[in-house]
Design a protein around this ligand. Structure first.
Ligand code: OXD
Ligand code: MN
Length: 598
């Protein structure tokens, strides 16, 4: 970008000017400028020159630290406010006119009241600051499923991160044209104070206002806010599904491609699974990634369910990444690291990273750390933000505007007990029941409660933008629109023995389960019927050469204990009671059938 152009977009705020003739957009931006009163307004075009300029500025301002460019070319380091390291579900609101629409699993406030409160916080909040106008596209360009959002933010970290996570800039304005159908997002950091932290969604206005935070999940508005909360609301109206799912392709040695979507709660290994490296035994098999966190799925003209990944980058949990060489390679360049530890030679470190710990470094808070320190050097929810094009196994289909046809949907939680390694639903409604009753131990991705088992239906508890009971109804209804529905499965990689050791080796070895799932989808492998669903026969799960997996451990990993399951059904009851008035009767029948089978 030359200097002249740059000055044009770094203009003094003057109402309705910008690199678009879209009147609705210009008017809305002008209104927000009048409200927030920034000193400058920068419309982002998404170019490389702009990125370089903003990165240099962020380094000058101390928002980013340039990492060792010899070891980590194009990589930068960010440390967040220590009070702002994860999603805050207690500050996340769905503001529909009628509280019933938001349902009992969401925080709610009437839109009028919330607008008033947040407009109060935003008034003059950008004085002395720059407002970045970020037009962004969720989905491949030209896709009929893609959506446009505009995020206004006073955070340069957000501007740079949205440039990685979405197709940001002119490309989005081109897709939008003169349409008034875009998500309106406003983000003001304020003083990053938990007492004035709100992530408020107004699904009826396709609007989001986020204040008081600078943590990705709260402020990269395309991700959880638009792609899931507002997306799920729009999906119900328009006949599609917005899901917290990775999308991967399993390619066989003879080139057969099977597409799989999988919903796991936050920080349960979705990114790792999406770029899994098959063990040597699976010579010629390949996994490629379409998406690592979010799937938008819509019935296609051939009666199959088609999925796109609306995102263009990955915002992943760093600790645990080094178990996957693809992921290690992916984050070795052009990546922003947040809240890991910083070594004296400007490298990054986290607990569990290969090699010895540094003799000394700065922890995620910026304090001196040595291996004797009691605290962790990296925050357990430290993150990388990296473009999907860095992924060595990125599927070319990630850019296909039509998406990919899904053959299998996998639900999975983190459960130390009760839940077997893998089972398959008897049919779609049974699959919806399995997804609806999913439980998982909470992780560091959200503030509070880590380790406790909670019901997390379809891994969407924190992300469903309307009544969860209506969401289940929408899932059941979708069946009518899909002539060839995906098969539905449940997995649990995290079951432990009585010594607290994992029974299943996990990581790349998950390919063994994936292969069984794919074979089931193509009707070419056997299964045994159990009360929970179909499970692999003793011969159909290929465990040849699985490291450290004894027959006894596998048996334990797959064991169904009827007593434990009776208790599990009682625990599921709590969520069902909460949703009772909107709970599809089909799910109550499924529950009765399960009890009868136990
Ligand atoms: C995420 C999350 O960041 O689920 O993807 O919290
Ligand atoms: Mn997620």
């Amino acid at each position: 970008m030359n200097r002249g152009q740059n000055e044009a977009i770094m203009s003094k705020p003057s109402g309705a000017t910008g690199p678009t003739s879209n009147k609705t957009l210009l008017t809305w931006v002008a209104d927000m400028i009048a409200l927030c009163q920034p000193d400058k307004v920068h419309w982002c075009d998404g170019s490389k020159a702009e990125r370089d300029m903003l990165t240099a500025q962020a380094v000058r301002e101390g928002v980013l630290i340039e990492l060792n460019q010899r070891k980590l070319p194009g990589c930068y380091y960010h440390r967040s406010n220590p009070n702002d390291v994860a999603r805050v579900e207690q500050s996340t609101f769905i503001c529909t006119v009628d509280q019933v629409e938001a349902g009992p699993t969401n925080n709610w406030m009437p839109p009028k009241e919330m607008y008033q409160k947040l407009r109060g916080y935003c008034r003059g909040a950008m004085k002395g600051r720059t407002m970045y106008v970020l037009p962004y596209l969720m989905g491949p360009p030209g896709s009929p499923m893609a959506k446009v959002g505009i995020e206004l933010t006073d955070s340069i970290y957000v501007a740079l991160s949205m440039g990685i996570m979405t197709r940001m800039g002119t490309i989005a304005l081109d897709q939008l044209g003169d349409s008034d159908e875009f998500n309106r997002g406003l983000h003001c950091m304020l003083d990053v104070n938990p007492d004035r932290r709100y992530i408020a969604h107004f699904p009826q206005d396709n609007t989001i206002i986020s204040v008081g935070s600078n943590y990705g999940g709260n402020v990269l508005l395309g991700k959880k806010c638009l792609a899931l909360r507002i997306g799920s609301y729009l999906g119900r109206q328009e006949g599609w599904l917005a899901e917290h799912m990775l999308i991967l392709c399993v390619e066989s040695p003879d080139g057969e491609k099977t597409y799989v979507a999988a919903a796991f709660p936050s920080a349960c290994g979705k990114t790792n699974f999406a770029m899994l490296i098959p063990p040597a035994h699976f010579k010629g098999w390949k996994i490629t990634t379409i998406g690592d966190d979010i799937a938008w799925m819509k019935p296609g003209p051939d009666g199959r369910l088609y999925a796109i990944n609306p995102e263009a980058g990955y915002f992943g949990v760093v600790p645990g990444t080094n178990s996957n060489p693809n992921a290690v390679q992916m984050i070795s360049r052009d990546t922003v690291y947040t809240n890991v530890a910083l070594t004296p030679d400007l490298d990054v470190w986290w607990e569990g990273k290969d090699g010895p710990p540094p003799a000394e470094c700065l922890d995620w808070r910026g304090n001196k750390w040595t291996p004797e320190s009691k605290e962790k050097a990296a925050h357990p929810n430290s993150r990388f933000t990296t473009p999907m094009t860095n992924n060595p196994v990125l599927a070319p289909e990630a850019n296909d505007p039509n998406g990919v046809p899904i053959s299998a949907i996998i639900f999975g939680g983190r459960r130390g007990d009760t839940v077997p390694l893998v089972f398959q639903a008897f049919n779609w409604v049974h699959g919806v029941y399995i997804g609806a009753t999913m439980g998982s131990e909470m992780t560091a991705a959200a503030v509070g409660g880590a380790g406790q088992v909670r019901r997390d239906p379809m891994a969407m508890l924190p992300f469903c933008g309307y009544h969860m009971g209506d969401y289940f109804r929408h899932w059941i209804n979708m069946h009518r629109l899909i002539k060839h529905p995906p098969r539905i499965f449940h997995v649990n990689w995290f079951r432990k023995n009585s010594h607290g050791e994992f029974l299943w080796p996990g990581f790349g070895e998950n390919m063994r389960v994936l292969k069984w799932i794919v074979d089931r989808c193509h009707g070419r492998t056997d299964a045994d019927e159990t009360p929970l669903g179909w499970v692999p026969t003793s011969k159909s799960l290929d465990v040849t050469g699985a490291p450290g997996l004894s027959a006894a451990a596998l048996e334990q990993a797959q064991h169904i204990d009827h007593e434990e399951w009776r208790r599990e059904v009682i625990r599921q009851e709590e969520l069902f009671m909460k949703l009772y008035s909107h709970l599809p009767k089909e799910l109550i029948f499924q529950r009765e059938l399960l009890v009868a089978r136990l």
